[in-house]
Design a protein around this ligand. Structure first.
Ligand SMILES: *[C@@H]1O[C@H](CO)[C@@H](O)[C@H](O)[C@H]1NC(C)=O
Length: 527
């Protein structure tokens, strides 16, 4: 069977899995979106076992790993998760991990409300999963951060592996992680996070990117700088990452404890991933993404639950992290959020003491050595000199030049107003082959430059905003785009694809969305 025919069949299967046959289906689907922000109907129909495409680079498939690797305790915290997604996570681990490397799986129920996560789960575990699975029940809501600490306290394997409760691990996912930790106990590793669509649950490959952050203390993805690529191990080499996304990582269990676990003064979720990332690098450890280890993750469109009293835990946690770790650079955060300067953040003396006891380096050291790409901004900073900051006076090499053509509608992506208007939107319009204002340049920095003037930019602070035309800043992130398979146009820091909002409308609005390969997301840059 041809590759295309195979893909069509897979698509057809996926469409059928999503089909609504009766009111019960409709109810389940609507309820699923409401409770979980993904398609529970399809999740339930998929069952607990399925094969996923092996998305590893070909070079990974030839690699072999030592047989005497350390054993792993897999810790999965869940709160009001769809039972089918949770059990598929568990079974993917059991199905694709050599039994001798899997010490145990620890499920931490963070006081969920749903009945099936109590009795039905208990029964299922006892009947079908005896031995290796422990279920721990929190008696009150602790949140992800303390939940992971509780799970870790019950673990007895040499390595801790934290997973989210809606993942599916890929072929040979664990060995590369364990091998890196075995070589150096202070190495913390993350798999590449593949995408499981929240709408179709289709599994697709992600490009290899690494973690960064902005001064709003939000995590973002960055393209891997060329200087980090091309070592002797080529595409299989671990990639130094300034931060981690947070949900999925592995580290030696004693090292996790020695390094101070998490800040237990942080609530529910948010900011803990940057906190542990800074702590790892500043206190003598290392953080890598392992390209040969891949784990699929359902990317939900929103977080379906809040905190118990509706507090903004992200802000509370970010404040704690700023006061403990950022030194004088916390000014960068406060210049963006002046309202937080005087806001209380609880008692941080234990964390400050931890930093002293571990003899950690300064945040300046971290920026200089681990994340030199980070830009300093704010009222006290020098005015930004966009194009030249990171690349010197040299203009990046043009890779391609032409119209950005939307395949489904036969229209072109152009400026809504004048192509020279900073902050202007882009929309679909009829292609005009005599208009130089419709010409995009795609360059080696992965920028899309319209009319040789402005860059297509995806705001890093509000991912719900549509992309706009902004001055090219040359520091990647919000202005980095890649053309991927299925003609997708992928925005690196948002981790999403460009799509046309309503292909039948004449308005031609575009927005960012989770990549799903649909025809509204297919683009072609043509000369
Ligand atoms: C903060 O916590 C430390 C130790 O946990 C304690 O000794 C100290 O008294 C606390 N400070 C305040 C102001 O409560």
């Amino acid at each position: 069977m041809g590759k295309r025919a195979k893909r069509d069949i897979i698509l057809l299967i996926l469409l059928c899995q999503g089909m609504i046959f009766n009111e019960r289906d409709q109810e389940l689907r609507d309820l699923g979106y409401q409770k979980h922000a993904f398609n529970m109907l399809i999740s339930n129909r998929l069952g607990y076992h399925r094969d996923v495409p092996d998305t590893r680079n070909a070079a990974c498939k030839d690699k072999s790993y030592p047989v005497d690797l350390p054993v792993a305790s897999v810790v999965i915290c869940f709160y009001n998760e769809a039972l089918s997604a949770l059990l598929r996570t568990v079974h993917s681990v059991l199905d694709r991990t050599p039994a001798q490397l899997l010490h145990e799986i620890i499920l931490v129920d963070d006081d969920s409300d749903f009945d099936d996560l109590k009795g039905e789960l208990e029964e299922y575990v006892q009947k079908y999963l005896p031995g290796k699975i422990k279920v721990i029940r929190n008696t009150k809501r602790e949140g992800l951060i303390r939940g992971r600490m509780i799970g870790a306290a019950h673990a007895t394997g040499e390595v801790l592996v934290f997973l989210d409760s809606h993942c599916e691990v890929n072929v040979m996912w664990l060995q590369p992680l364990l091998a890196a930790i075995q070589q150096d106990q202070r190495t913390v590793v993350c798999p590449v996070i593949d995408i499981i669509s929240a709408d179709t649950l289709a599994y697709s490959s992600s490009p290899v990117v690494r973690g960064g952050f902005n001064w709003g203390l939000h995590f973002k993805w960055d393209l891997v700088p060329l200087s980090e690529l091309g070592g002797p191990e080529g595409a299989t080499a671990p990639i130094k990452s300034p931060t981690m996304a947070g949900g999925l990582f592995a580290m030696n269990r004693h090292y996790f404890n020695e390094l101070g676990q998490y800040d237990s003064g942080m609530d529910i979720w948010g900011g803990e991933n940057l906190e542990i990332s800074f702590r790892i690098w500043m206190c003598g450890g290392r953080l890598f993404i392992i390209p040969c280890s891949r784990v699929g993750h359902i990317f939900r469109k929103r977080r379906p639950y809040g905190s118990p009293e509706g507090q903004d835990t992200m802000t509370h946690n970010s404040l704690r992290l700023a006061h403990v770790w950022l030194d004088e650079y916390k000014e960068q955060y406060f210049s963006l959020r002046p309202d937080l300067r005087t806001k209380s953040y609880g008692n941080i003396s234990e964390r400050v003491e931890l930093r002293r006891k571990l003899g950690c380096k300064s945040f300046k050291w971290y920026l200089d050595n681990i994340y030199p790409e980070m830009q300093i901004s704010g009222p006290n900073a020098k005015p930004q000199q966009p194009i030249f900051i990171n690349r010197g006076p040299k203009r990046p090499k043009v890779l391609q030049r032409g119209r950005l053509y939307h395949l489904q509608t036969n229209k072109c992506l152009v400026a809504q107003g004048r192509p020279s208007q900073k902050g202007g939107l882009v929309v679909l319009k009829a292609c005009d082959y005599s208009d130089p204002g419709q010409i995009w340049i795609y360059n080696e920095e992965h920028e899309l430059v319209l009319n040789n003037l402005l860059c297509l930019d995806m705001s890093e602070t509000r991912s719900s905003d549509p992309p706009r035309l902004m001055k090219c800043h040359g520091s990647g992130g919000s202005q980095q785009w890649t053309f991927g398979k299925s003609n997708r146009l992928y925005q690196v820091s948002a981790g999403q694809c460009l799509r046309v909002v309503d292909p039948l409308s004449h308005k031609g609005y575009v927005a960012m969305a989770i990549c799903d390969g649909s025809s509204s997301q297919q683009w072609h840059l043509e000369g």
